[in-house]
Write a protein that binds this ligand. Sequence first.
Ligand SMILES: [Zn+2]
Length: 329
Amino acid sequence: MPETINVYLGIDLGGTKIAAAAVDVRTGERQVQLVVPTEAHEGPPAVITRIASLVDRVCDQANLRREHVPAIGVGVPGVIDPSSGTTLLLPNLPSGWRGVPLVAEMQRLTGRPTAIINDARAFTLAEAVFGAGRGMHSVVGMTLGTGIGGGIAIDGRLYLGLDGTAGEIGHMTIDPNGAPCGCGNRGCLETFASGPSITAMGLRAVAQGMTTQIGELVEYDLNKITPEIIMRAADNGDGVAREILQRAGSYLGVGVANLITILSPDRVVIGGGVSRLGEWILGPVHAEILKRCHVTPLNRVQVVPAQLGGEAGVIGAAVWAAQTSGTWH
Ligand SMILES: [Zn+2]
């Protein structure tokens, strides 16, 4: 079946949604994409069964026989053991999925070779091969959301380090004496510039009675404060909101500057929900890079927004399946 041999299944497992697509890995085009709720409270076995039946539905709609799918790739939001194909910790899913044999279960249920990859690494791979890093020698990917994830791709292949964790850029130390991070360290980049940390800065400003519109914009229901609300206040000229975004963007810029100094990459590709704050965040990032990088030829490094949007996850997972199943050239 030469027509279908390049079509792989890519899955993006999230805390609230599972997306699955049939992806032509020569072009990055998705033939069919379906999304279902994760229903993570039902536990790993039920969720894995749901993923497997989603695979069947995607195959049906793409007119693809499951046995003609060369391999399935699954992007997961957390830490995995690539050698055993188990999840070690998915912090946003109930129970944390410690030691769940995801690869073995998927292969048992679908009969197809399966590969798993961290979701930020899948994002990086997709952007490096088909998105904003296409054709570039070296690409650093960053996803700014609930956490800060990332990845490093060289010539369209991920650099994963010893155990798959290379690219965990959210956990680089930015302030040695900073606030505790969920990983066990203090002052990680994630504690300064993730969605929840930006929200927390807005909350604190309102709670401290600072002169800001942030409280007013959520009618003083402080649970409704989000980075987007803070951006709206900043757009309206709110000085406190502008300072919060400036602060988050500057810390992020310190992190990006460190990456540029270490890797001298062709492209740094920034995606994820927080990146929608646009210039409020990217402006300070660029300023910080100029201030801090003095040995790298900055005229050759581009820091750019992601191009593939929310679809990068499924595309990257499919490419990962192709690259690890030995059919990628
Ligand atoms: Zn950390």
